[in-house]
Each structure stands twice: as C-alpha cells, then as structure tokens.
Design a protein around this ligand. Sequence first.
Ligand code: GLC
Length: 425
Amino acid sequence: MRQDLIDQARAVLARNDRGHYTVPTHGLYPFQWNWDSALSALGFAHYDEARAWTEIETLFDHQWEDGKVPHIIFHEMDDGYFPGPDVWGTARRIPTSGITQPPVTGFAVRRIFDRARDKAMAERRARALLPRIHAWHKWFYRNRDPQGTGLVAIIHPWESGRDNSVDWDEAFARVPTEGVAPFQRRDTSHANPAHRPTDEQYKRYIWLVQHFRSLGWDNTRLHDASPFRMVDPGFNAILIRSCSDLADLAQQLGETEIAADSRAFAERGIAAMDSLWHDGLGQYVCFDRAAGKQIDSPSIGGLLAAFCAIPHARAQAVAARIATLAESARFMVPSHDPTAPEYDGLRYWRGPVWLIVNYMISDGLKEAGQAGMAQRIDTDSIRLIEESGFAEYYDPITAEPCGGGSFTWTAAMVIEILNTEKSPA
Ligand code: GLC
C-alpha cells in the first residue's frame, strides 16, 4: 500500500473539509455537491467512520419534502460560483439547486456499513438513512419515469454528473437560448476555459434552470415540460445499483418492505437496461426520450452501465470495448472514444479520465468476473495520481491534470482503491 499517497489524499480531504460536509475543491466549487459527497464518504470511512456518516447525513438534511436530494447545497454564501441561489430560486431556508445528481448514496452507505468497525454506530446511522434514501429512489421512479418503463430520464445535463458530454449535443441543440438573462461565468476564472464547457452550452444550461424555475420547481411537471429528457445508461446503472444495495442493507436491518420495493426497482431496471444496448458500438448508449431515438455516441456513460448487475456477457463486452479504447489512449477510461471526431482530451466530459467513474466501472467489472480489466483500470487511476497529482480530471493520452486541483473525490478514490487493492500473490 502506498502510504505516502494515502497521506497526501487525506491532506486533500482535510483541506476541503468544512466540518460536516466537504467542498469538491476550494474556489471552483465552494458548496456541497451530491454525488461528490457520497463518494467522498468512502474515503473518510477508512480512517474516520463518524465523519463518513456525517457527510451523507448532511446531504440528506437538505432532502426536499417530495423525496428529491438536490445536486448542490449552498451552505454558506460565496459569489465565486455561478449559478448561485438567486438564479435557482428554490426558496429554501438553506438554499439548494433545484435538480438532482446520480444517486450513488445507496451504494456508498451499504459499502460503509459492510466494512464498519463500529457496528453499533453503523447500524444506528444506516437505519436512519434507509427510509430517506428509499424516498429518493421512489421520487425518481415516480417523477422521472412517468410511463413506467423501468428507466428514469434526466432533465438537465448537470443531473448526469457528465455536464458537457457529447451525448447531449444533439438533444441540447433543441434547447433554446432566447430570454436567458445576461450572466457572468465564474468557473472560467478558476480553471482554464479550454478545459471547461463553452458559453453556448452555458446559455442552454441556464435556459433550462429558468424554465424549471418558472414552473415553481414542481417535480410532477418538470419531466414532461422539459425539452431535454435523456435516458442515460450510466445514471440508470447507478440508481439500479443503489436500489439493489439498499435492498440488501434493508434486508440485513429487518426492513422487509424497503427491501422488497428496492429489489423490484432494481430487477425492473436491469431488464429495461438492455433496450440501451447498441450492437454497432458494442456498448450501451443514451436514449433521447424527447425525440424517441437512441444517441449513437460512444461515451463513458455506456460503459458505466457495468456498475449494475447487467448480464455477464454484456459486462464481458464492456470490458472488450475498454480494451479497444486502450489502443488509442494510455490511461483508462477516457470519457469519450479518442477515435471519435468530437473527442477532446482536455475538455471536461468530452474525453478526459475521471477517477470516480473509473472506480465505479472497475467495481462493476469485478462483480461480473472481469477482474483483469478492473485491475487495469485501478492501476491506471493510481498512475495518473503519481504522474499528475489530485486533479479534477486528466487527459487520457498525456496525463495532463485538468480543471480544479486538490480535488476531494479524486483523493477519496485514491484512499479507497489503495486500501482495498489485493496484495500481489
Ligand atoms: C462538475 C462535474 C460534476 C461534479 C461537480 C462538482 O459539475 O461535472 O459531476 O459533481 O463538478 O465536483
């Protein structure tokens, strides 16, 4: 185990720790982000279990009455980020954004619970979180799958966590920009603009926010009212995996009703996932629900599908697909196929490698018996840190560190990977 790297990673977490939550990184992201917190808790759990539970509890303290857990909690005002609370207009005592993010908490809580050394504390805290996580999952299927297909749609690219992926380009072109109030971006003063989304994309992000706000953030209306409704295989895989992990956890805690409901969500989801398989590309792809068509975009969203229990033959195909990507990049797994014309190795989700996604893909592949590829991905994740530090994301060919530095969830993944790696036989 590389203790020096673990120590450095812990220092990054300490720097971004605000006591009861972490910020993704100082400056660029000065608030609490939803899936960042869930994944960062995995890092804390290796040396401070109480702090890990607190990270997740703080997030759920801001759950909306309808069950949604928002994507940003604006704990303390900071005008270094756009769009701030005044743009979201969600009218909450402690302001939050109005959209959500990948629901990875069910997975994280189960993992932290399973490994807990302090079993009594874990049981008490997991038991309290269980119904709240379940309420969030029910919220998804109720509001984001109104037709009961088994798969949920995101209504804003930011919900996917893969903000400017090539996957959204075609559908995003249908989102208007008229009526967007003039604004000043803040991200481009903290990070290189060439590593960030474009101004044109930002106008559309904000148009959607203004549109949802004009509907009073009423989640029963937003899905049908959004011109952007996308079924993302990665997002759905995270939800399905969290439902299935919550089912196991609920079973262990004797919460049989939550267990049965969660199991049913997961089974229906897994069956429906196959409709997102694309034979030509040999991976899963997004389905544009507003246009009623598959999106032929070879992105990492379709590989992240392996995070849930897809059939073993599909997991094997995903591993083979990653092996093909490895012919054109040095570090796995690029967020977009480097041979595709839209690929951009420095620009956010259009090419760079992200350690959190690596971790989830690798975890799913291990569960599916694809240990070789999983190991390759873990090794690449650590090599990136050794070459380039704890960045937000990395160029998959040159390892150039991009976006923000001293990044919380990147550091948390390093702690997690190094603490759980198998020692060589
Ligand atoms: C960016 C990422 C998103 C992440 C957030 C905070 O918006 O695309 O996935 O949650 O930054 O790190």
